[in-house]
Write a protein that binds this ligand. Structure first.
Ligand code: PTJ
Length: 244
């Protein structure tokens, strides 16, 4: 048991989630390394949601509300770290969750699906084996014809750069959460939220709820979205790291 008084309590509890994900057949072993990489960048941004990330969350909320066919693409790390929040976002937007993993395993896809349903998800899609997106060779090319294939906006936390780039080339708008502002995912995405998925997801959900409550028009949402300059936000995040 990790004592609450431990100075790195939060970080160690988050690690535990990834480790449990592996034990439960949700997360790949490689996911541990991806998590370690994320931890290093989290340390550098001060382990808190920066003002820059908050602005990107606003833009992402606006874009997701503007989407005609939004989809939430999930992998083994994202689901281990934020299962309830991913389910909540899916139900809130009426957007399916589509499982899309890099390290191929049908059994893991099924485990992820069951885990999301257990955490409140109502609409979970598995990738098809016939439908593919263009410009991608890995297992991530397989998509569901009712999900990513027809989506205009793909929300995909903790992505790999190849796929973010391929999705954009397939004319999708891509929203990601990635702690590394230097990653190709962050660079290629339409909107990159440089934050930990565990902190950004609740904020994104509450921002969407706030915009809904305010009954913002499409025009007003478009203004918020068009205000986003991904390159500038990444540069601002890098500045924060330099200062720290
Ligand atoms: O379940 P699978 O098979 O699809 O595998 C998933 C992983 C994440 C292992 C796979 O997509 C992968 O190898 O990813 P990468 O290329 O290592 O990229 C992971 C990115 O996520 C890195 O840029 C990390 O900085 C970032 N990251 C890691 N943990 C977090 C994070 N970003 C936000 N929150 C985190 N907790």
């Amino acid at each position: 048991m990790i004592p609450k008084s431990h100075p790195r309590y939060k970080s160690l509890k988050t690690r535990e989630l990834v480790a449990s994900g592996i034990k439960n057949g949700i997360t790949s072993l490689d996911g541990l390394m991806a998590h370690g990489r994320g931890e290093a960048f989290d340390y550098l941004i001060g382990e808190k949601t920066t003002s820059v990330a908050k602005k990107s969350i606003d833009s992402a909320a606006a874009l997701l509300l503007l989407a005609r066919n939004p989809i939430i693409s999930v992998n083994g790390n994202a689901v281990a770290l934020a299962p309830k929040e991913l389910a909540k976002l899916s139900n809130l937007l009426d957007a399916p969750l589509e499982i899309n993993i890099f390290h191929q395993s049908r059994q893991r896809e099924i485990n992820i699906k069951n885990y999301l349903i257990k955490n409140g998800a109502k609409n979970v899609l598995l990738p098809g084996r016939k439908h593919k997106i263009k410009f991608l060779e890995s297992n991530r090319k397989f998509v569901n014809p009712h999900g990513i294939a027809k989506a205009d906006v793909v929300f995909v936390p903790l992505e790999d750069g190849d796929r973010a780039e391929a999705l954009v080339k397939n004319r999708k708008k891509v929203v990601t959460i990635d702690l590394n502002p230097l990653s190709r995912t962050a660079e290629k995405s339409t909107i990159a939220i440089v934050d930990n998925i565990t902190r950004a997801m609740p904020l994104l959900i509450s921002q969407i709820m706030k915009f809904r409550k305010l009954k913002l028009s499409e025009k007003q949402l478009e203004v918020i979205y068009w205000h986003h300059n991904n390159r500038k936000r990444l540069e601002e995040s890098i500045k924060i790291i330099r200062k720290s």
